[in-house]
Ligand binder design. Structure first.
Ligand code: NCD
Ligand code: ZN
Length: 343
């Protein structure tokens, strides 16, 4: 097959950032996606309230409106749920346009220094209850930073917490973001329809060997850290199997080059400039190019109860070289060849 046409994508997990970086990175996602979920872990201002949601939405719209051939792209807004988030804040955020709440457990990733301490606290339980009541999904960075727990084990040790939440809030929609292990894939499969998972493109490509096995590769460093071969196989199987519980959330997470290439490098992989092209390559290699559109453009919308996007994009099979750097950021697969181009 030399051409593939896809309904415009839903990227259900994006870091658009703020300020100059927002202007740099947003046009890539907007080029091929009809919608993208804007993650709330921005700095210096995190997205915690309805006011923050309105402010961030305005900032994103300003960048979109400034683009030539204004793309049909809608940012889907979120707030970050912390220990002090109240049920009132949930209602207020929803009224301001937030469609989900995101939890970062304390200390597990970029900008999680004020993340949630305790998933079973009284206060946060009332907040989760409010989310269930008003119908706002809970998006979770499913890792725990515990004493004597290796970074490679952080996702697995989180899974009992996920199951407890699913049990306590049976009508709450929960998304386990960027799953990275076989055991998490198996857990999601066993849960009810209201529990789903996003999968990134880079976790379909990388293992821990690609991060630290042959020189330290800062541009492959991300949370959750890429795992083993069986884990990657399970992710490829989940993404390409046609199971609607697994859909695209790229976790495109740009950091300026110098923030990656330093003594304490930031975690996050910048896939936005190569995302549909890379996914076509992965799905083709798995022998399931015909299932790509379900993963990128249908299952996410179905889970969130959104209409499918209008419009389409076309990919053609033609080799190209990913640039070494795009403005201030090094993209995933920089300086290597990809097989598919965006027409
Ligand atoms: C993300 C970021 O840079 O904001 N980093 C990452 O490694 N994935 C945060 C996140 O989603 O964990
Ligand atoms: Zn993320």
């Amino acid at each position: 097959m030399e051409r593939v046409t896809l309904r415009r994508l839903d990227d259900m997990h994006c870091h658009f950032r703020t300020g100059p970086l927002l202007t740099e990175v947003l046009p890539f996602t907007a080029q091929y996606a009809g919608r993208g979920i804007a993650m709330p872990n921005t700095r210096p201002r995190a997205i915690l309230t309805g006011k923050d949601v309105a402010w961030y939405h305005d900032g994103i719209m300003r960048v979109l409106d400034g683009l030539l051939n204004r793309p049909t792209f809608e940012p889907l807004m979120t707030i970050e749920i912390r220990d002090n988030t109240t049920p009132e804040m949930i209602v207020e955020a929803q009224n301001a346009g937030a469609m989900a709440g995101k939890v970062y457990p304390l200390g597990v990733t970029t900008n999680s220094n004020e993340g949630l301490h305790n998933f079973s606290g009284r206060r946060v339980s009332r907040t989760f209850q409010a989310m269930q009541d008003v119908g706002i999904p809970l998006l979770i960075h499913g890792e725990l930073d515990q004493e004597r727990t290796l970074v490679t084990q952080r996702e697995e040790v989180f899974l009992p917490t996920l199951l407890r939440l699913a049990c306590k809030f049976p009508n709450l929609k929960i998304v386990l973001e960027h799953v990275s292990t076989k055991v998490a894939v198996e857990t999601i499969k066993q849960c009810g329809e209201n529990i789903a998972a996003t999968i990134t493109a880079h976790h379909l490509c990388l293992t821990l060997n690609d991060v630290i096995g042959d020189g330290i590769k800062p541009h492959h460093a991300c949370m959750p850290i890429p795992k083993g071969f069986a884990d990657r196989d399970a992710l490829i199987e989940a993404a390409t199997s046609g199971n609607p519980k697994f859909f695209l959330g790229s976790d495109t997470a740009p950091h300026p080059k110098e923030r990656k290439e330093c003594a304490r490098g930031a975690c996050g992989v910048y896939t936005a400039p190569v995302l549909p092209q890379l996914l076509a390559e992965i799905f083709e290699k798995a022998g399931h190019l015909d299932r790509l559109e379900n993963f990128t453009s249908r299952f996410g919308a179905m889970f969130y109860g959104l209409p499918l996007n209008e419009g389409s994009i076309t990919l053609t099979k033609k080799e190209w070289m990913v640039p070494n750097q795009i403005k201030s950021v090094v993209p995933f697969r920089a300086g290597t060849k990809l097989q598919w181009q965006l027409a």
